[in-house]
Design a protein around this ligand. Structure first.
Ligand code: OSB
Ligand code: MG
Length: 363
C-alpha cells in the first residue's frame, strides 16, 4: 500500500495563560502529522502556532510549505537526514521541515522496533527538567516559582519584559536567594538597553536567554563582553551554521536547542555536538507542545550531549487534557523517555477527534 500523509489542526486549552514579552497564549493550535505506511503509524507535531510572533513561521505557512514543497520528498519515507538533504534548496521554514523530519524519525524507529532516544545517540535514559514560567503579577509568579520548587524542578526560568525585569527578579531572589534561576527576554531589548541589562547581573542568574533581536549575533557578542551573566541564545540559533558562528564570536555560552527551530532532530544533535566540542552548554527548549511534540523533546533531552536541564516539563503542567494516554511524569526532577518503539505515545483518538478543527490529506 502507498504511504498516506495527513495533517490535522488541534486546539488544546492551556491550564493558564502563558505570557512572554511578545504576547499571551491561551491555547495551543498544533498541526499534528500522521504518516501511515506498511501498517506503521508515525506521528509528529509542527511547533508553529496561529501567529508569527516567536519566528516568521505560522500554521498557514507551514501547511503551505509542507504541502507544496516538502511532502513530495517524503513519499518514499527516506531517512531523516536524506530528507533534509533533498529539501536543502528550500530556504528557512525549519519548523515545517522539522515536522516531516521528526515524522520520519518516528517512522524509522517504529519500523526497526527501537525507541527514539536509543536511535538518537548515547542516552542517559532520563532528562533533567526545568520549568518556564510566564509573565504575571509578581505575587502570582512567586507562587508559581515556589510550587515548581516543591514539585522538584531542577531549574526555574521566568519570562521577563522590558522595564519589569528588576521587579520580577527581585521578588524571586528575596524569597529564593539560591535556586538555579534564569530569565528569558524573548528579544525584548536592544543594544541601547545595555545599562538596563547590566542591572540584571546582581541576580546571579544561570544565564539570560535571548536578550536582543531574534536574528542577532553581533550585538549579543558585544553584550556578552560587558555583562557578567552568561548569554543563552534561542531565537537567533536558526541553523547549525548560526550555532557555529555564535560560538565562534562569543555571542552565546549556552544554547537553547529546539528541534522545530533547527529543522529537526538531526540538526539539533549536530548543534549539541558542536557546542560540546567548544565548551558551550546546551539544553532542550519547548514550544508548549502537545504530548506528541513533547515525546520527541524528552528523547532528545535524555542524550549525554545535553548538559543543562531543559523546558520539557510534564504534560499536566500545560493542558487540562492532552491527546496522549500515557503522559510523562516527573520524579525527582527527572522524566524518562518512553521505552516503546518510536516516540512511544499512546494516542487518545477519541479526544483527538474532539479537539480537531480541520484536517487535510496531503498524499
Ligand atoms: O522562548 O522558550 C521560549 C514557549 C513558546 C515560545 C517560545 C518559548 C516558550 C517557552 C515555553 O519558554 C517552553 C515550554 O515549556 O514549552
Ligand atoms: Mg526562549
Amino acid at each position: 500500500m502507498k504511504p498516506r500523509l495527513s495533517i490535522r489542526l488541534v486546539r488544546l486549552k492551556l491550564i493558564s495563560p502563558f505570557t512572554t514579552s511578545f504576547g499571551t497564549q491561551r491555547e495551543r493550535n498544533a498541526l499534528i502529522l500522521e504518516l501511515d505506511s506498511d501498517g506503521i503509524k508515525a506521528y509528529s507535531e509542527c511547533v508553529t502556532d496561529k501567529h508569527p510572533y516567536y519566528s516568521y513561521e505560522d500554521n498557514v505557512t507551514a501547511l503551505h510549505i509542507i504541502n507544496r514543497y516538502l511532502a513530495k520528498e517524503a513519499l518514499d519515507c527516506p531517512e531523516p537526514r536524506e530528507f533534509l538533504n533533498r529539501v536543502r534548496s528550500v530556504k528557512g521554514h525549519n519548523m515545517a521541515k522539522a515536522a516531516i523530519e521528526m515524522l520520519l524519525w518516528d517512522y524509522h524507529c517504529k519500523e526497526s522496533g527501537k525507541p527514539l532516544h536509543l536511535s538518537l545517540g548515547s542516552s542517559k535514559g532520563y532528562a533533567e527538567v526545568g520549568i518556564s514560567i510566564g509573565i504575571d503579577r509578581s505575587e502570582k509568579m512567586i507562587k508559581r516559582v515556589s510550587d515548581a520548587i516543591e514539585k522538584g524542578y531542577r531549574r526555574i526560568k521566568v519570562k521577563i519584559e522590558r522595564g519589569r525585569e528588576r521587579e520580577i527578579l527581585q521578588v524571586i531572589r528575596d524569597s529564593f536567594p539560591d535556586i538555579p534561576l534564569s530569565a528569558d527576554a524573548n528579544a525584548c531589548y536592544t543594544y541601547d538597553d545595555i545599562d538596563l541589562i547590566r542591572s540584571i547581573d546582581r541576580f546571579n542568574l544561570l544565564y539570560i536567554e535571548q536578550p536582543l533581536s531574534h536574528d542577532d549575533l553581533i550585538y549579543h557578542s558585544r553584550l556578552a563582553r560587558q555583562i557578567s551573566t552568561p548569554i543563552c541564545l534561542d531565537e537567533s540559533i536558526s541553523s547549525v551554521e548560526k550555532a557555529k558562528k555564535a560560538i565562534e564570536i562569543g555571542a552565546a555560552s549556552v544554547i537553547n536547542i529546539k528541534p522545530g527551530r533547527l529543522g529537526g532532530l538531526a540538526n539539533s544533535i549536530d548543534v549539541a555536538r558542536i557546542a560540546r566540542e567548544n565548551g558551550c552548554h546546551v539544553w532542550i527548549g519547548g514550544m508548549l507542545e502537545s504530548g506528541i511534540g513533547r515525546a520527541f523533546n524528552v528523547s532528545l533531552a535524555s542524550l549525554d550531549l545535553i548538559d543543562y536541564p531543559g523546558d520539557t516539563s510534564p504534560n499536566d503542567r500545560y493542558f487540562i487534557k492532552d491527546i496522549v494516554k500515557n503522559p510523562f511524569r516527573m520524579e525527582n526532577g527527572l522524566i524518562k523517555p518512553n521505552t516503546e518503539r518510536g516516540i512511544g505515545v499512546i494516542l487518545d483518538q477519541e479526544f483527538m477527534d474532539e479537539v480537531t478543527l480541520k484536517s487535510w490529506r496531503i498524499f
